[in-house]
Each structure stands twice: as C-alpha cells, then as structure tokens.
Write a protein that binds this ligand. Structure first.
Ligand SMILES: [Zn+2]
Length: 103
C-alpha cells in the first residue's frame, strides 16, 4: 500500500477500493491513466452526450511525475472521483478543472 505502481491496473484497483469506501459503489467504471506530460495533479475529462443529454466522464488522468506518495495519490484520485460524482449526479460540468494547478 505504501509504494505506488505506475500501472493502469493499480489505478483501476484503487479506483474500485475508493468507489466502495467513499462513494458507496455508485460511480460508473471509467478509464484511468498515468501521464508524465501534464501540469495539474490530475484531470477528469468529460463530454456532453447529445443522445442522452448527460455529462459523461470519459477519462481520469493522474500526473505520475508529481504523485510520489500514497497519501498524495489517494488525495488526488479521490478528488478526481468527486468530479466524476458531480458529473454523474448533477449532470453539470463544473469549471474547477479549468483552473486547477499544482499549487
Ligand atoms: Zn478538481
């Protein structure tokens, strides 16, 4: 639990654990990736679906260069999952992602 694995399996595993622990398993499965080319700690991407008239979370991306401890990893992933929860629950896009920075 202490050392982070920079694999998609690891991300998916902890996403599931946190989904159970903090979100009562209500979040829909989503693709999660590591990236070494971003400024933010993490980002949650979404799209508007004209068909269902919903906001759909398409992808969560975490910064593998900036996230070096499990504590930070958990903080950032849970934060991104809150965005996912907002999109899924309220079907609105918050603007928070646009202004997020590493500071
Ligand atoms: Zn955010």
């Amino acid at each position: 639990m202490d050392s982070i694995e920079y694999t998609e399996d690891y991300l998916q595993r902890y996403w599931s654990i946190f989904n159970t622990k903090y979100f009562n398993n209500i979040l829909h499965k989503v693709k999660i990736q590591w990236s070494g080319r971003m400024k933010n700690w993490g980002l949650t991407f979404c799209e508007y679906s004209y068909k269902t008239r919903n906001i759909i979370t398409t992808r969560i991306v975490l910064n593998r260069k900036a996230i070096r401890t499990f504590k930070r990893f958990r903080m950032v992933l849970v934060h991104e999952m809150v965005h996912q929860w907002v999109y899924q629950t309220f079907k609105i896009k918050d603007i928070d992602n646009v202004i997020h920075s590493r500071n």
